[in-house]
Design a protein around this ligand. Sequence first.
Ligand code: PMP
Length: 372
Amino acid sequence: MTEKLERLNRLPLRSNLRGLSPYGAPQLDVPILLNVNENTHGVPADVQAAIAEAVTAAASGLNRYPDREFTELRTELAAYLGHGLTPDHIWAANGSNEVLQQILQAFGGPGRSALGFPPTYSMYPLLASGTDTAYLKGQRTDDYGLSAQSAARQVRELKPNIVFLCSPNNPTGTGLGLDVVEAVYEAGEANQAIVIVDEAYHEFAHDGTPSALTLLPGRERLIVSRTMSKAFALAGARLGYMAAAPEVTDALRLVRLPYHLSAVTQATALAALAHREALMADVEDIKRQRDRIVEGLLKLGLKPAASDSNYVFFGGLDNPHEVWQGLLDAGVLIRDVGIPGHLRVTAGTESETTAFLASLESILAGAARLPA
Ligand code: PMP
């Protein structure tokens, strides 16, 4: 045990935090960062200028607490989402991680459980443990699929209080059919389960992919979470949000800290929302790069999963860790998600994507020349 860990363990920590390490992908100083599904295209110059102007204006009022209800931001987020949503349906926090944490604070807790379907977003079990909610691991098929029938059966058997459905799923990148959401919602009726559809990457889905937002009317236990960290290129600003029945937003008001969304955050998010056309143009290019990665990986004989997100999960590797290290040595950081034979890569700019594919090709060619 390291001295640091020993010192930590001498503290009267809650028992379920003992022995844990903080979550987080490595933040390395590498030229090409394709490891945490950020928007690689950056904030366009005119959006940067608009944000700077909005933040300057907000600075003059920073002696006052911000609008606790962030009414203007909820109005603009509702307008962005459409589907007849109003500000009463919208809630936001510092990243969708915080939104998810607030949902667990309100609807989870000791004696309650949350069900996820691994491999899925690795924060779900951590958010559950942080709120003393039991985390139940559901089953997928061998190729990481999840059918409506199987998901509903597991909900009926395990009777969770909360269900996480990630669509497109992280790390696999593949979307879930709305039939799965409908079936899970219905199966959760007996236990009054809250169903969260995490659509952090929805904007990158292929054209015509329906959102679970279409299922909200009449389903007061359904929550659709989104983020400005990905399509809006604002991971550094920390703004996540969700749409649900107005009574769900009232439940989250019971657990949020007062003034949790700073005036600077609200001004930044509003400025970005006002410039969404420029940002969505970059989303289109990211989708093209994502599709290039899928095609390139297939040409290399690898097995990319179908992706509706800004990243690609791929298998067919004999030695994923060596490939990961080889890419890092070439200045390209991608993600080893700990699944045998697989790695995950975020779509880069055109030149970053080219560099990734070229480096991977030469690493695989080199590996093939080595004696087995
Ligand atoms: N959901 C999923 C599926 C994610 O991959 C992420 C971030 N990687 C988040 C939620 C949280 O993002 P943020 O807190 O930046 O909104």
